[in-house]
Write a protein that binds this ligand. Structure first.
Ligand code: AHG
Ligand code: MN
Ligand code: MN
Length: 305
């Protein structure tokens, strides 16, 4: 985990968000005379600060910043070889209403030689090149879910001691599930294959209709699906013609965890992790979850792309 410390600090801030005036917009001066920050900007800064202090990180790209950040990588003696990509606070629309949010991150080995400045290509690697990925969920308890390509483990924060304990070893998606999670308000704009799949989820059969659950925080919807069995869908819509979720900060790390946990993640036609990124903030359609459910959805999309 690149920065357990930052996760603990963000956890602390998220938990007291209702007590101090940290919710909502910026442009506020608090009682100490400091400018108040939205929690996602706050989380971004904390992660950047703590990751910069680590002597293994050569570069960081964050959903909250247009350009990537170099970490001492101009120094010829610098041997740091990993770059980190991060969604510091996922589910920000849920902060003001006391609903679980998260942090998502992904780690790659730089492609360019040590001691030279990192370049954009170091960040634009296909998800298959990830060396580690994880998310933190700030829920009823705070958990870190993490993979280095050898299965998935979940660690729960003991708030009294400030330590993460291995509470969920070898996490895995049930092969099949009965929960589908999608913002159905956008139904009219979905591709026909996805519309048909949703109708299929609602149709009566031995194990259907399925249950619909949508929190609106990817981390929370995903975490529930991984434990109970389900599928998460964010298709292309009129408002987001390429999909809404970001390939580098959200989809690749979640896809890596999914595959390591026996699940699947696709953009409709291919594996998320096989996509060669073309820009830092690229968005993609994202379908992820229990293997059988994703395969069934893929069939619907194949018939009606
Ligand atoms: P973020 O808060 O990092 O911008 O991400 C929000 C994402 C994701 O967490 C969530 O699943 C999705 O946006 C919800 O989008 P809609 O409100 O369009 O359903
Ligand atoms: Mn997000
Ligand atoms: Mn975010």
């Amino acid at each position: 985990m690149p920065s357990r410390l930052a996760a603990k600090v963000v956890n602390h801030e998220v938990n007291k968000a209702g007590l101090v005036d940290i919710l909502g917009d910026t442009n506020h001066i608090n009682t100490q005379g400091e400018e108040q920050q939205k929690l996602d900007i706050y989380a971004h800064k904390i992660f950047i600060q703590t990751l910069t202090n680590r002597n293994i990180v050569c570069g960081i790209a964050s959903e909250e910043e247009e350009h990537f950040i170099r970490v001492n990588s101009m120094d010829k003696k610098n041997q740091n070889k990993y770059d980190v990509l991060i969604d510091p606070l996922d589910g920000s629309s849920n902060i003001d209403v006391n609903v679980s949010v998260g942090t998502i991150f992904s780690i790659y080995r730089r492609m360019t030689p040590l001691g030279t400045p990192v370049i954009e290509a170091d960040f634009l690697q296909a998800g298959d090149q990830q060396v580690a990925a994880g998310y933190v969920i700030y829920g009823t308890s705070t958990m870190l879910v993490y993979t280095t390509g050898n299965g998935v483990n979940g660690f729960t924060l003991n708030p009294a001691l400030g330590t993460f304990y291995l509470s969920h070893p070898n996490m895995s998606y049930p092969k099949n599930g009965s929960i589908y999670a999608i913002n159905e308000g956008n139904y009219i704009h979905f591709p026909l294959g996805v519309k048909n799949y949703i109708k299929y989820c609602q149709m009566e059969s031995e194990d259907r209709p399925y249950t619909s659950r949508y929190i609106g925080s990817l981390v929370s919807d995903y975490h529930r699906n991984m434990i109970k069995g389900g599928i998460y869908l964010y298709p292309e819509t009129a408002k987001n013609p390429s999909g809404k979720l970001r390939l580098l900060y959200e989809c690749n790390p979640m896809a890596f965890i999914a595959e390591q946990a026996g699940g699947k993640a696709i953009n409709g036609e291919k594996r998320i992790m096989s996509i060669k990124p073309t820009s830092l903030h690229q968005r993609v359609a994202f379908y992820c979850g229990s293997r059988k459910m994703v395969e069934e959805l893929a069939d619907f999309i194949l018939k009606n792309p």
